[in-house]
Design a protein around this ligand. Structure first.
Ligand code: G6P
Length: 613
């Protein structure tokens, strides 16, 4: 939620900031703004709407300056408008600040500051920060960085901030707690951003700031890092593992489409070096040290949000089936607030594409406090969850930019499958023949995904049928239940058609009342497992005039006879059906959204990285 970027050096700052905002726009896109220091004034330009609207607005404005900050917003406190957009000014307009996070005690601080004569322009929680820093700076007569540090000791909440002041025109003061922040090093210059995508074209030398740390970045000087408690600490320069072409659309019309079509590669990358089918070895280097904790775990508790939660549900079926360890899957936002019972011999696995989701991060901290072993499955290298967990495995899907998660899901399921296979083998819970068969089948999944892409034109036809409805129901059982949830989530988040995912058998306990000729029902009805039961559920829908779109195994005739439309996917092991069946549902949602004229990469009200709870 919200993207921040800053630059100090000898380049013109505006082009760097603007390009960075475009790259960070997936984090929020309801307003954007930029502040630039020019001699002894700060020019702020900000606009409701997307970054392109800010860009247009700035065409005939003064955008010169070598020090600047910029922000793209996902509104929390205060509606999206020009005034609430960041950056925010101090009263004398000599200082400006941008912020990603939430200041929970802002009301209290605001009242005190108003009593001391500060005037507020916006309804945001952020604006208190700049007034507070300014107030401390004047009253305590301290340097900017010290004023920021003292201000942050009074703040309750989360933040990644960048502050600039005309009194230190060649300095950025940055700090973080609970929201991501990365610092890049150039030639006598610094770049700061919410993530590496905004700075990768300038540098790959970076420092990830830790929670409750402040950095002072002055052109031509070294970086200085200290804690909020005023302890000077060393910094570690790391190499940013990201390439620029991963951040481009590469000829696709949308990032989402590109990311859907990248899945054969991203699934293969998630297996690379971990699955050796010739030697029949599966190993996850990142968690090898904790394999015994997993094998001896009383329970495995998976915490995640959104699509990552659905990957967790798939893992629950796999881990219980293959490893015979009890698994619970929880929405991180519920888990963290319900006083959960966590034993020290539980293993908690946090799944997160961004590695920054606030609720998942809080669940990780809670589980750590209670003494559990906590592992992470993250996509973004160096992200907060990746660093907060005891160990973990990266999914290696590459940057995912479309707000609706696609390739991250299949990469998460792939890594969790590898985990289940390693554990099952070590635990002796899997027959040799089954193990051999499964790993060869897993290796073939990328090829099978390629085959599904040949159905794109057919899926488009189905999309043109679905696009006119207001509701849709997605049904599946067993491994296909999470697929139904994920399919429904994709449709609702990008096309705004109301869609529900349901376990097929539960339909008769409520949703069946909704079924009539205006209700398309998407059923994942692949051969094996509960196939016959699902066929009965399809009959129940059909006899109530529901329209049936089925995902079936190639060659199926029974379900085909009952369906209005079918999508045939290659036959595979039951546990791998989610890796295949999700793909046509992603494409279906994509085409429906396009046909309805929606912005698939930036759906309304959503953001990719949910760093507020
Ligand atoms: C947001 C995104 C979803 C994502 C969820 C969890 O809602 O729009 O696509 O699944 O957050 O994000 P995470 O980064 O933790 O996987």
């Amino acid at each position: 939620m919200c993207g921040i970027i800053g630059y100090v050096g000898n380049k013109e700052a505006y082009p760097v900031l603007l390009q960075g905002l475009h790259r960070l726009e997936y984090r929020g896109y309801d307003s954007a703004g930029v502040a630039l220091i020019q001699d002894d004034i700060i020019n702020i330009h900000k606009r409701q709407g997307k970054v392109s609207e800010l860009e247009e607005y700035c065409i005939d404005r003064d955008i010169s300056g070598h020090t600047g900050i910029a922000h793209t917003r996902w509104a929390t406190h205060g509606e999206p408008n020009d005034v609430n957009a960041h950056p925010h000014f101090s009263s004398d307009k000599k200082m400006a600040l941008i912020h990603n996070g939430i200041i929970e005690n802002y009301q209290l601080l605001k009242t005190e500051l108003i009593n001391r004569g500060h005037e507020f322009a916006s309804e945001t929680d952020t604006e208190v920060l700049v007034h507070l820093v300014d107030d401390i700076k004047r009253n305590e007569n301290v340097e900017l960085a010290e004023a920021v540090r003292l201000a942050l000791t009074q703040v309750v909440g989360t933040y990644a901030i960048i502050v600039i002041s005309v009194e230190d025109p060649h300095t950025l003061v940055v700090a973080r707690k609970g929201s991501p922040l990365i610092i890049g090093f150039g030639q006598n210059e610094f770049y700061v951003a919410s993530d590496g995508s905004a700075i990768v074209e300038y540098t790959d030398k970076v420092v990830y700031l830790n929670d409750e740390e402040i950095a002072i970045l002055t052109e031509g000087d070294d970086i200085h890092v200290k804690t909020i408690k005023n302890k000077v600490i060393p910094h570690y320069v790391e190499t940013l593992e990201m390439s620029l072409n991963q951040l481009e659309k590469s000829g696709y019309e949308h990032f989402m489409l590109k990311e859907i079509f990248e899945q054969p590669r991203s699934i293969a990358d998630s297996m690379r070096g971990r699955l050796n089918s010739a030697k029949e070895i599966v190993s996850l280097g990142g968690i090898i040290e904790y394999e015994n904790h997993l094998l001896n775990a009383r329970r495995i508790i998976i915490v995640a949000c959104g699509t990552s939660y659905h990957a967790g549900l798939v893992a629950e079926y796999m881990l219980e089936d293959l490893v015979r360890i009890p698994v619970e899957v929880e929405y991180a936002s519920e888990f963290r607030y319900r006083n959960p019972i966590i034993y020290s011999d539980d293993v908690v696995i946090a799944i997160s594409q961004s590695g920054e989701t606030a609720d998942t991060l809080a669940a990780v901290e809670l589980a750590k406090q209670k003494g559990a072993t906590v592992l992470g499955i993250c996509n973004v290298v160096g992200s907060s969850i990746a660093r907060a967990t005891h160990a973990g495995s990266y999914t290696h899907a590459g940057p995912e930019i479309g707000v609706a998660s696609t390739k991250a899901f299949t990469a998460q399921v792939t890594v969790l499958t590898l985990m289940a296979l390693c554990l099952a083998k070590r635990k002796g819970k899997i027959a040799k023949q089954k193990y051999t068969h499964i790993i060869h089948e897993l290796e073939n999944i990328p090829k099978r995904v390629e085959e599904i892409f040949k159905l794109d034109t057919h899926i488009k036809e189905i999309a043109s049928y679905i696009k006119n409805f207001n509701n849709a129901l997605y049904l599946g059982r067993n491994y296909n239940y999470p697929v139904a949830l994920e399919g429904a989530l994709k449709l609702k988040e990008i096309s705004y058609i109301h869609a529900e995912g349901y376990p097929a058998a539960e339909m008769k306990h409520g949703p069946i009342a909704l079924i009539d000729e205006d209700m398309p029902v998407v059923v994942i009805a692949t051969i094996k497992g509960t196939y016959d039961k699902v066929v009965s559920n399809i009959q129940e829908v059909k006899s109530r005039k529901g329209k049936i779109i089925s995902i079936v195994t190639e060659g199926d005739t029974v379900v085909k006879g009952l369906s209005d439309y079918i999508i045939e996917i290659p036959e595979t092991e039951e546990m791998f059906v989610p890796l295949l069946a999700t793909i046509p549902l992603q494409l279906l949602a994509y085409h429906v959204a396009i046909m309805r004229g929606k912005n698939v990469d930036q759906p309304r009200n959503l953001a990719k990285s949910v760093t507020v709870e």
